[in-house]
Write a protein that binds this ligand. Structure first.
Ligand code: GLP
Length: 242
């Protein structure tokens, strides 16, 4: 795995947006898998800046998102779809037809997960996946115990994950207990992966993901076996690395 450390998240985000733009220039039909969360906010900010500055043409790209909560109201502002509309899609005027999202309102969630997997395959697989990491080492919502062969599915969220995401809700009680997420195997099929971590509270998960043993206790550790992973950190998240 290639590990790149920056002084701060702004510099790191600029670097990440350069990579994504380069990939789009090289392949205008790029299929992206995108993440939500605090980490992604500065990344989308820099990415959008670069898109406008360099006049990057997004007309042919397609995006999938990693995960979505189950149990929120259709118009809830805590939905990952809302986060994406607000922080990225609307700002670059991506068409609805360019966006794929897991639908937590489907009457049969198992079928919905299979539909998502099929849709990814229809697009020829994902070219570039952008990931954050949870304090328990999760990627997407693949909590500890998620198997290497796991695919898109319904998952239960850990207390720690729900606590960390409380900031987006008014109370812990309101954080959903379940979500839909792409699986580890789904993520591992992406041709290229960038994992991003900012801040001191991620340094333990980062250290375990990079230097720890590959195990389902730290989902991100499975990335050690992927052939094209870049880990982008700020100095705080890198603090526990040798
Ligand atoms: C969340 C999301 C992940 C995200 C991670 C880190 O629970 N499901 O996709 O990467 O946890 O979130 P944050 O960037 O807010 O720390």
């Amino acid at each position: 795995m290639k590990v790149v450390v920056f002084k701060n998240k702004r510099k790191a985000s600029k670097f990440i947006s350069e990579i994504i733009c380069e990939e789009i220039i090289n392949n205008p039909n790029l299929v992206l898998c995108l993440a939500t969360g605090r980490t992604m906010k500065p990344v989308y900010r820099q990415f959008i800046k670069k898109i406008y500055k360099e006049k990057i043409n997004l007309n042919k790209i397609h995006t999938f998102n990693l995960d979505e909560y189950i149990g929120l109201k259709q118009n809830s502002r805590e939905k990952f779809r809302y986060f994406m509309d607000k922080n990225f899609f609307n700002k670059v005027k991506l068409k609805n037809s360019q966006i794929s999202f897991l639908n937590p309102y489907a009457s049969n969630l198992k079928k919905e997960c299979d539909r998502y997997e099929n849709e990814i395959n229809k697009f020829g697989g994902i070219d570039l996946t952008i990931l954050g990491i949870g304090r328990d080492g999760h990627i997407g919502f693949n909590e500890p115990g998620s198997g290497r062969k796991s695919r898109t599915r319904v998952v239960k969220l850990n207390k720690l994950t729900r606590k960390d995401n409380k900031i987006f809700f008014h109370s812990f009680r309101k954080v959903p207990k379940e979500a839909l997420t792409m699986g580890i195997d789904t993520i591992m099929h992406s041709k290229k992966i960038i994992l991003i971590a900012f801040g001191r509270n991620k340094n333990e998960a980062v250290q375990k993901a990079i230097n720890g043993k590959i195990s389902d206790e730290i989902s991100a550790s499975f990335l050690q076996n992927h052939k094209d992973v870049t880990i982008v950190l700020d100095s705080f998240a890198a603090r526990k690395l040798d």
